[in-house]
Ligand binder design. Sequence first.
Ligand code: DGL
Length: 264
Amino acid sequence: MADDRPILMFDSGVGGLSVLAPTRALLPHAAYVYAADNGGFPYGIRTEAEIAARVPALLGRLVERYRPRLVVIACNTASTIALAAVRAALDLPIVGTVPAIKPAAEQSAARAIGVLGTDATVRQPYVDDLSARFAADCLVLRHGSARLVELAEAKLRGEPTDPAAYRAVLDGLLGQPGGDRIDTVVLACTHFPLVEAELAAAAPRPLRFVDGGPGIARRVAYLTEGQDWPALPKGEAVFTAPLDVGDALRTGLAARGLATISIL
Ligand code: DGL
């Protein structure tokens, strides 16, 4: 029997599309609702208290409206701050996105990794904990960048971005003491895989970039194993505040299976 309940993915902006892509690749028959909290964007410069108050309440509204089978918080900032509160408030499976420090540590030959996230994410105790558990023998350097979030949003709007801006972000990480040893960089904000090619092109030397998207896709596939899917796959993007969706973003969303656009 067909089951129309969607998978709900949530981010402050377009970043969660980097989680949607590998998930759709594994589960092409699912229905997806992609929720972007443009009304609260950007999260990375907000306080813990603001995120902790906003995210569970907003997800409550979205769950009531869309009745999803599962929620993915496709945002490191929201997950590292509010995942426990969201799980406590909602009675359905919640998959979070946390910095991919474990796979990065597994792959770093130099035993030196960089964590590139938002300012809010890189200061979280969650990151201390992941580093201690999975990268205890590595040098772990962090850098928060609101600029890189803006660059990813601009790219998806079809606006040209300056290669020097990507280099400046990388310099903030690699320019720290010991940064010259880094061989692996965790893209600890879901916006950043959207500009991985630009980062790689701007890097002063070859770097390996690692993000949580593929791991989350496998987790969602595992949690929904054996479930029925809609007769026809479908997708909707919902924004929390009115916006002028330009042609490039509309086309980009449609290319990712999000043909309907609405406002919450
Ligand atoms: N995409 C989000 C993350 O993974 C946050 C971007 C922002 O709103 O600052 O952290």
